[in-house]
Write a protein that binds this ligand. Structure first.
Ligand code: MG
Length: 300
């Protein structure tokens, strides 16, 4: 048995979307190209949302048009509604991630529709996508806790997992959008998801708001989740979690897993270089730790 984990790079989308410093299309494409060179094979690169609400994603179509052509790399575009899916499809996206939410309050604030209304849209989207040869994954945001409703019942998350699988997605991600989850909760929610959607690939998305993201990622891996999101340099806040640290840093995940003998396919020094590129482009000190300390043993 090969010990391996697939890291999905989200810096160009989730990472950047809350950064006040707007990067140019060229800088975003350089970030993507550097990520590919570091060995990342699947990445979120754009979100087809209202540019008035998310100015950093206003050039989503231009980013999609300028991506490095590489048959080994899968680029993911995000959609919150049918119009977003249609724009993603028009941009040539081959994989679309559709965002659900595990509370009505968050669903309304983030997507302008109630929880189950989003599931109905997902069902429409998977039908359209199937006809267009696009594969669709679903992310269940605020699965570990909601900034408006507080604790989210596990049965609500699990019901959404089942509904998303029934809608025909190939993968379901559980997202700790505001970074409140802990490892026991990770084991509980993913264990239930494995039981109720045995044919769906599961993916984990963690934010390091309360310093639990790396522990949660390891817990997810140890209970059988083989796809984990990361954001180089650890960038990525959440508009509903003010002051929050970002996504779990990709290079910190690479260090942890590779040193445990779990293959990520990612070259740590190149990942660190890319994390430093992000910090320089944004003009700030980024939260990731391995990019500051370096790997071990050092390669000289
Ligand atoms: Mg996120």
């Amino acid at each position: 048995m090969v010990n391996a984990v697939e890291l999905v790079e989200v810096s160009a989308r989730d990472g950047l979307q809350n950064e006040p410093e707007l990067l140019s299309t060229e800088q975003k494409l350089e970030l993507v190209a550097r990520s590919v060179t570091a060995g990342l094979k699947r990445m979120e690169v754009a979100s087809f949302v209202n540019p008035k609400k998310v100015p950093q994603m206003a050039d989503a179509a231009e980013v999609m048009a300028g991506l490095p052509k590489d048959d080994d790399v899968t680029y993911i575009a995000l959609a919150l509604n049918r119009r977003g899916f249609e724009r993603a499809a028009e941009s040539g996206a081959k994989e679309v991630n559709f965002v659900l939410a595990a509370s009505d309050a968050f669903a309304m604030r983030n997507s302008g529709a109630p929880m189950l209304g989003l599931v109905d849209t997902l069902t429409e989207v998977t039908a359209l996508a199937g006809a267009a040869g696009i594969r669709v994954s679903a992310t269940i945001s605020v699965a570990f806790g909601c900034p408006f409703e507080g604790e989210v019942p596990a049965r609500t998350v699990n019901d959404l997992v089942r509904r998303a699988a029934d809608a025909g997605v190939f993968e379901v991600a559980l997202a700790d959008t505001i970074g409140v989850g802990v490892p026991s909760q990770v084991r509980d929610l993913f264990g239930k998801a494995q039981a109720s959607a045995p044919n769906a690939q599961l993916r984990a998305h963690f934010h390091n708001t309360r310093n639990t993201a790396l522990a949660n990622a390891l817990a997810a891996y140890e209970c059988g989740v083989k796809v984990i999101d990361g954001s180089l340099a650890g960038i990525g806040g959440c508009p509903f979690a003010p002051g929050a640290a970002g996504n779990v840093p990709t290079e910190d995940l690479v260090y942890l897993f590779e040193r445990m003998g779990v293959s990520t396919g990612v070259d740590l020094p190149r990942a660190i270089d890319t994390a430093k590129f992000i910090g320089a482009a944004l003009g700030k000190v980024t939260p990731g730790m391995v990019s500051k300390a370096g790997g071990f043993p050092s390669r000289g």
